[in-house]
Write a protein of this length. Structure first.
Length: 167
């Protein structure tokens, strides 16, 4: 048995997974996992990356035994945010903290989500302002009509608030 095979078997058993389950996770036949664990097959670099990603372990550990075994949680979180987006990540964390009853963390995460929502709103407003100010009179009028259709209460605010570019 190769050292890589021994480490794969160790981590697989630690996760209470069968060879078939690991094979299904990475999209190969169970016989291939069996061969890697026995040392009769050498996994490709791509397969090693896939195994490590699915099991949450470091490539350096699987291939060479270098600690740490597991991918640091920060790296995992960054990967998850990149895959699903910050908003989805925060929403899931909020659900988990609510389910676990961690009120303090729940409130802090809600504030982060609110801040993210406001950031998006500010970017949208900035885009509208830039589009409006850089458009011709015909497009500006069209934007005004569309905005008033979407927000009928807007007409009431026109006399109260005057926008000054650059302020």
């Amino acid at each position: 048995m190769s050292e890589l095979g021994e480490r794969l078997k160790l981590i697989r058993q630690e996760h209470s997974l069968t060879q078939t389950q690991v094979a299904n996770l990475v999209g190969i036949r169970p016989q291939h996992i069996n061969g890697i664990e026995r040392g009769s097959k050498t996994p490709s670099d791509l397969l090693i990356k896939s195994i490590c990603r699915e099991l949450g372990i470091q490539e350096e550990w699987l291939c060479h035994g270098q600690e740490p075994i597991y991918t640091p949680i920060e790296k995992e979180m960054i990967k998850i945010m990149a895959r699903y987006g910050r908003r989805a990540f925060l929403e899931q964390c909020i659900k988990l903290t609510q389910k676990e009853g961690d009120v303090l963390l729940h409130n802090q995460l809600k504030e982060s989500l609110d801040s993210l929502n406001l950031s998006l709103l500010y970017r949208m407003v900035q885009f509208l302002i830039e589009t409006y100010t850089n458009s011709g009179q015909k497009n500006q009028h069209w934007m005004e009509v569309q905005f008033e259709r979407a927000f009928p209460e807007f007409k009431e605010t026109i006399s109260r608030v005057e926008y000054k570019p650059g302020s």
